[in-house]
Every structure is written in C-alpha cells, then in structure tokens.
Write a protein that binds this ligand. Structure first.
Ligand code: PEP
Length: 235
C-alpha cells in the first residue's frame, strides 16, 4: 500500500516558479525507483494546473494533481467558482476540501463542505477532507456512512499548521483511534508542520501526510520524499 504525500501550495508561487519546481523535479530512473512507494499529490493554485499537467506529462513525473478547493455547484452562473465541469479535461484526481484556512477566512460551513464532497465524488475526484482539532468529532456530521469510506480524512490541528509545532506522533495514534471510532474512514492523513525530520514518525501511524511549507522549496521537498521512502523500508 503506497503512502500519500500531499503538497498544498496554497496561494504561493507564480508561473515561472511552478515551471522551475516541476522542471527540476527528479525523474531519472534511480530516483523514481526510490520514490515508487509514495503517491505524490500536488495541489498548485488553479491558474497553474494546465501547465503543471503539461510538464508532469512531458517529464513523466510520478505526480498526481489535486485542487485546493472545488465548487459545490455544477457548471453555470456561479461567478468566481471553479466547478468540477471546468476541470473535466484535466487529469485532476484529488480535491483538498474543508481546509481550516477556508473554514476560517472564507467561513466555509460543514454543510457546504459536505456538498463539495458530494460534487467531487460525482465527478470521480477523490476528496481529501480536512478536519481540525478540537472540532474533528463533529465536522463530518453531514456525511453519510456510505460516503465516509470514500474519502481521505486529513487530520490537521490548527495550532500545528505553519507553526513548527507538529502533533506528537504518539498523541496522533490516540487521536487516530478516536477518529476511527467516530468515522468509518479507510485512509488517514496527518497535516501540520511535517518536515523531513518528523515525516517517518507520522508515516508509521498514518497513511500519508499533507504538507504546506515543506513543499514549497523543491530541495526541501525532495529531501523529505527520500527520507519518507527510507522510513518505509523500516515498516
Ligand atoms: C496545511 O496548511 O495544511 C499544512 C499542513 O501546512 P504546514 O505543513 O505548513 O504546517
């Protein structure tokens, strides 16, 4: 079973920075061999999805694309929204939904996020639902028992995001038990100040990690990927 490494670039990078990052991502056979135990998922800002996909295809990079949000509405008169229909000719396999920054700055509600999840699933886009601490026990209450196993659940304590204060891996294993007793989830991701030094400990407990800051500099990210791959050998 592959481990998931999800890179969320948020509103960082411009077109030339995106091109630099992807054009320099290692793609020689030795690197690909080392990385084969990882599913690498990249969520760039919307305007760069097309060029990101082109470079990924041209260079045969082992990277899948995600969006950082998705409209709850279909195609139509929803100014400023990006619908799953808009994305249909792109190869978008995942959608990060309910990130704590969207809950906080854009006032996204649990119901709206549940609607976005339903929309994503109807277009065969796998939702990565972010839940935060201390609200995780109720944030997915609008999702049915049939839907929950179809999601990736990303547990992301708000205090750990961007702070350098990652959750302790032992605490995470306790929270994992709690999460599994509340929700019927198959895939649990951890996010919050993950870096090359701690990624191995989180991959021992979870199915993957979600990264913000540590995904921005290519050299940091590649270092983290290699460390993550090495840690899998010990599992
Ligand atoms: C995030 O914003 O989801 C996140 C995990 O950020 P960081 O890795 O920077 O803590």
């Amino acid at each position: 079973m592959k481990k998931y490494i999800i890179a969320n670039w948020k509103s960082n990078k411009n077109l030339s920075e995106v091109a630099f990052w992807l054009n320099n991502f290692p793609n020689e056979p030795e690197s690909l061999q080392v990385l084969h135990g990882l599913e690498i998922i990249l969520a760039p800002p919307y305007p760069f999805l097309v060029s990101a996909q082109e470079i990924i295809e041209e260079r045969h990079l082992p990277i899948k694309l995600a969006v950082q949000d998705l409209s709850a509405f279909g195609k139509g008169a929803y100014t400023g929204e990006v619908s799953a229909f808009n994305l249909q000719d792109l190869d978008i396999q995942y959608a990060i939904l309910g990130h704590s920054e969207r809950r906080r700055f854009l006032k996204e509600s649990d119901q709206l996020i549940a609607d976005k999840i339903a929309e994503a699933l109807s277009w065969h886009i796998k939702p990565i639902l972010c839940l935060d601490k201390p609200n995780f026990a109720s944030q997915a209450r609008f999702l049915s028992r049939q839907i929950l196993p179809k999601l990736f659940l990303a547990y992301e304590p708000v205090t750990a995001i961007g702070s350098g204060q990652a959750e302790d891996a032992h605490n995470l294993s306790l929270i994992k038990k709690e999460l599994y007793s509340i929700y019927q989830v198959k895939t649990l991701i951890y996010g919050g100040s993950v870096n090359a030094a701690n990624v191995g400990s989180f991959l021992q407990v979870c199915d993957g990690v979600l990264l913000g800051g540590a995904s921005l500099e290519l050299s940091d990210f590649v270092n983290l990927l290699f460390t993550a791959s090495e840690s899998l050998i010990q599992l």
